[in-house]
Ligand binder design. Structure first.
Ligand code: NAD
Length: 314
């Protein structure tokens, strides 16, 4: 029984790394930047989203992007193409946005219908407007350690750790998932922060052993409950990126109930990386807008490739 006047002895639980408050700070900074940009350049930049067909989850996600734009005063432009729009029509839409000086950034909503290979977009998309980092030029800049546009989700996953004051340098990190949009770029970003990084994937032998060795774990597998408490090291810091629907609820890739007594901190699902991703995307849009307005990149070009010598990080 609890003594009178004392709080009941609830288990403390891990620290929750919530994306919402960080996202609010990021959005406030972007809103101020939008005002300054308009004063300096006489217009507000636009973010264009191209969607082909009507994939329901993508539609929800894209409306969040458009709402995010409105919150900070960025102009939003939605280009909806029918499911049966062929590759030529998609390429034409992206090319038109490349050529439009009011549009600073372009997102092509994934997944594309099976009739449209990703190459259709990548072959046309201007890397200087590729604010979600899907173009090989931006992926290459990340791999080499140069400034380019990062995939927003991977950026948000690492940013939530940095902004929460989690030490990354010298620590053992495991990323579960090796997709080009989340796992691989998240691993490269952790490497940039001087963590010692292991990437695990669907063919990894003894995933539990790898994960148990890690002080930092980022999980982006799209497998609900894949990572359980007994696979985690006591005191580990975990970022759950997975978004899965189970029994009508959104759940992550980490089994929250068994992980909670083990870890020291967790970015949960929902409420962790998700809310930060869109805010991060808006920062990318403003960087693209500044680069373009200040003539730092010639659009449609290889001019984003740094002229500095490409040196390896020691
Ligand atoms: P993906 O399907 O492209 O890649 C999944 C990766 O997980 C693959 O590399 C695969 O090797 C690995 N994997 C699958 N099963 C595994 C297993 N049993 N053991 C170890 N590794 C395994 O998915 P993605 O696009 O990288 O997305 C990953 C998750 O992140 C999904 O749940 C997705 O919905 C979510 N996501 C969240 C956001 C966000 O803003 N929070 C954005 C994009 C994706």
């Amino acid at each position: 029984m609890t003594a009178p006047g004392l709080a009941s002895p609830e288990p403390a639980g891990p620290r929750l790394l919530r994306g919402g408050p960080i996202a609010a700070e990021v959005r406030a900074a972007v809103a101020a930047e939008v005002v300054a940009f308009r004063e300096a350049h006489g217009f507000v930049p636009a973010l264009a989203v191209v969607i082909v067909g009507r994939d329901a989850p993508s539609t929800v996600y894209l409306h969040k992007i458009l709402d995010g734009c409105r919150t900070v005063g960025i102009v939003d432009r939605l280009i909806e193409l029918p499911e049966d729009a062929g590759p030529a029509r998609v390429a034409e839409a992206v090319a038109a946005l490349n050529a439009d000086p009011a549009v600073a950034g372009i997102i092509v909503q994934m997944p594309l219908p099976p009739t449209i290979p990703l190459r259709t977009v990548i072959d046309v998309l201007d890397p200087a407007k590729d604010i979600d980092g899907i173009h090989p030029l931006n992926a290459g800049l990340l791999a080499l350690g140069y400034e380019g546009f990062l995939p927003a989700t991977a950026h948000a996953a690492v940013e939530i750790l940095k902004r929460s004051g989690i030490l990354l340098e010298g620590r053992r990190a495991v990323v579960v998932g090796r997709s080009n949009v989340v796992g691989k770029p998240a691993a490269l970003l952790l490497l940039r922060e001087h963590a010692t990084v292991t990437i695990c994937h669907s063919r990894t032998v003894d995933l539990a052993r790898r994960v148990r060795d890690a002080e930092i774990v980022i999980v982006a597998a799209g497998r609900p409950g894949l990572i359980t408490g007994e696979m985690l090291r006591p005191g580990a810091v975990v970022v759950d990126v997975g978004i899965n629907v189970r029994e009508g609820r959104i759940v992550g890739d980490v089994d929250a109930a068994s992980a909670a007594p083990v870890v020291s901190a967790i970015a949960p699902v929902p409420g962790g990386v998700g809310p930060l991703t869109n805010a991060i995307l808006l920062t990318h849009l403003m960087r693209a807008a500044r680069n373009q307005a200040e003539g730092r990149v010639a659009l449609g070009s290889r001019s984003m490739v740094p002229t500095l010598p490409m040196e390896s990080m020691p």
